[in-house]
Design a protein around this ligand. Structure first.
Ligand code: BGC
Length: 381
């Protein structure tokens, strides 16, 4: 779109030119302006619809999923993700609502790691630690976005080049993340990156869900199943100790369907450190090659909505929204109280650059970083 078109005209043009199908109510993609960052960058929102009425709205700022309308068991659509109405709210202090996370999902202890004999110092933005890529991670930059429509899906290709030294990381990292919404009610995230110097990379998506509908209370009644026999216990600053512990006999055993709230307030050191669930689960992997395997299933009994998560990643951060405390006001004026949303972040394990026994997160020149995660939506009677 031409930059000199005025705001109203450009908005109208974008909507009609990107997809006639979307305007007719079928699947498609539309684009509208969503404001300007404090740095003066124009931000757009893309609306993607599939053939069954699932509607996904994504910002090119941080790749943020703004809303996701999904049917309940009676076909009623509700927005099932937390977020804000304005760009300013995202910029002023979002707890990563809906955002793409990079270069490194979760924490790196004390913002330091040694790679090939050299020690790197990263931005620290979470007590003593580096969290979710630092002060200005991939969630706070504007990505270039290119929408697409195929026979059975719609999507958005997001690109960002992270300069050498950004937030302390070595090498220029070229990242591409593709969001695909299929007519099989899947939301697929494909991550790809290359680098010109060895660097840690661990990309993820940080949507907070409430399958009863955004703002409709806490998520403690959601019934979770995790395909994980083990998890990585943490210290009081949420850095893994290095131990890989069995979930058997602990409140971390979600191998059979269990309500999030069933054991969350138990007197357990790990639950105390996390203030609830805020832990990396080690996913059970069969001999599946590099295909996504089932990581999690979440069922919300009042709406009947079900979300399944499959991934090529070895880990899953299950976060029960423990740091939400009623101070944030979100979409439609909703107040986000304690545990009003949960996240299922597929990832490599936290602090892997300092844990040689964990699967490596180091990407080297000439290699390709590839990762795929699928959220599938459905209902259960
Ligand atoms: C982390 C939490 C953090 C949340 C929001 C999660 O991935 O594990 O500790 O509070 O993201 O930043």
């Amino acid at each position: 779109m031409h930059p000199i078109l005025d705001r109203r005209a450009s908005r109208w043009l974008a909507i009609v030119s990107l997809s006639a199908a979307c305007a007719r109510g079928g699947g498609g993609v539309a684009r509208e302006p969503f404001g300007t960052t404090h740095r003066g960058e124009a931000v757009s929102v893309y609306t993607l619809k599939n053939a069954h009425g699932i509607e996904l709205r994504v910002l090119d700022y941080g790749g943020i999923i703004l809303s996701l309308q999904v049917p309940d068991r009676s076909g009623r659509l509700d927005d099932v993700v937390l977020g804000f109405d304005s760009l300013g709210d995202y910029e002023r202090g979002s707890p990563y609502f809906g955002a793409l996370i990079g270069r490194y999902g979760n924490r790196i202890a004390r913002g330091r790691f040694t790679l090939d004999g050299r020690t790197y110092t990263l931005a620290t933005n979470n007590g003593p630690n580096h969290l979710h890529g630092g002060v200005r991670g991939f969630d706070k930059v504007v990505w270039t976005a290119a929408p697409f429509e195929r026979g059975d899906s719609v999507g958005l290709v997001l690109n960002y080049t992270s300069p050498d030294g950004e937030e302390g990381y070595p090498g220029t990292l070229r990242a591409t993340v593709t969001y695909t919404l299929t007519n099989a009610n899947q939301l697929i995230f494909d991550y790809h990156a290359t680098t010109d110097r060895a660097t840690p990379v661990n990309l993820t998506q940080h949507s907070y869900f409430n399958l009863a509908g955004d703002g409709k209370g806490d998520i403690l009644g959601h019934v979770v199943t995790l395909n994980a026999d083990r998890f990585t216990p943490v210290d009081s600053t949420l850095i893994p100790t290095g131990e890989i512990r069995s979930v058997a006999g602990t409140p971390f055993d979600f191998r059979t369907p269990t309500a999030i709230g069933a054991r969350i307030d138990r007197d357990d050191e790990q639950l105390r450190y996390g203030r609830g669930y805020d832990h990396n689960f080690v996913l059970n992997k069969g001999a599946t090659g590099n295909e996504p395997t089932l990581a999690a299933r979440v069922y919300e009994p009042t709406s009947g909505r079900v979300m399944e998560v499959a991934t090529t990643e070895p880990g899953l951060q299950f976060y029960s929204g423990n740091f939400l405390d009623g101070t944030l006001q979100g979409k439609r004026g909703v107040v986000y109280r304690h545990r009003y949303g949960f996240a299922m972040e597929t990832q490599h394990f936290p602090d892997s650059p300092n844990k040689p026994a964990f699967p490596s997160t180091i990407l080297r020149p000439g290699e390709e970083y590839r990762s795929r995660t699928i959220y599938r939506f459905g209902v259960q009677p």
